[in-house]
Design a protein around this ligand. Structure first.
Ligand code: FE2
Length: 238
């Protein structure tokens, strides 16, 4: 006897399906388009007041939507900053964000590819710096959101924005890896000094503080630790 069509499928009914109908359903699911939303199992539940309602715990899958805020725009937030100040800060911070994401990725790449007599020390140091850059990335991105903007997030979008040169896919010599990291730091630092001064001029003290207290301070410290590994000093005899 064919199953009755119904929009409500009590849980007990699915538990008592025959093996044959279960196999048929599985075949039907495999044949269905992966983008097609399957029927949502529902059940009727009684509320304390006696009314019945339809409930389901099936997530809505494979959803598509429209863009509700374009990159490069800012929403109006009541934080005492002008539209121009917030728009300018978001532009500058997105540059720093893109460059910092690339620096983070470079640190991880070189952490993995490191080699030689100082492998262990540099392997650990570069991972520590990567962690610090990742923390900075989050702080910068959330500052952009605080200002009403849209933080650059997709790595392919990041690659379009960053000014840091792409490293070779292969393995460079160790001093070249360190030198590449230092150059990335200097590019970010030079831009951050300028952005800090200009965002302060626009009245955005919060972005100025982030750039000075976090981006610049952290970057300078990391650059110091890297640079000391490029000093050609004798280890045993003066
Ligand atoms: Fe690791």
């Amino acid at each position: 006897m064919p199953a009755k069509r119904s929009t409500t499928i009590p849980a007990a009914r699915s538990a008592t399906r025959t093996a044959a109908s279960g196999r048929a359903a599985a075949t039907s699911r495999r044949a269905a388009s992966p983008t097609k939303q399957p029927a949502r199992p529902r059940t009727r539940a009684a509320s304390p007041d006696g009314a019945t309602r339809t409930v389901t715990s099936q997530p809505w899958l494979h959803q598509k939507g429209v863009v509700i805020q374009e990159f490069g725009t800012v929403r109006q937030f009541p934080i005492g900053l002008s539209y121009d100040a917030r728009m300018y800060s978001c532009q500058r911070l997105n540059q720093t964000l893109a460059d910092s994401q690339i620096l983070y990725a470079l640190y991880k790449k070189h952490h993995w590819l490191m080699r030689g007599a100082t492998f262990y020390q540099l392997h650990l140091l570069l991972d520590k710096h990567a962690d610090e850059q990742l923390e900075l990335v989050d702080q910068i991105a959330e500052r952009i959101q605080t200002l009403g903007g849209v933080a650059v997030g997709d790595p392919r979008h990041v690659a379009e924005i960053t000014r840091i040169q792409r490293a070779p896919d292969g393995v460079e010599e160790v001093p070249a890896m360190l030198s590449r990291l230092l150059e990335a730091h200097e590019m970010i630092l030079a831009d951050a000094h300028d952005a800090a001064a200009r965002t302060a001029d626009m009245g955005d003290d919060g972005s100025n503080d982030l750039l000075v207290s976090d981006v610049i301070r952290t970057g300078e410290m990391e650059a110091w630790f890297l640079a000391e590994h490029l000093v050609d000093t004798p280890l045993v005899q003066a």
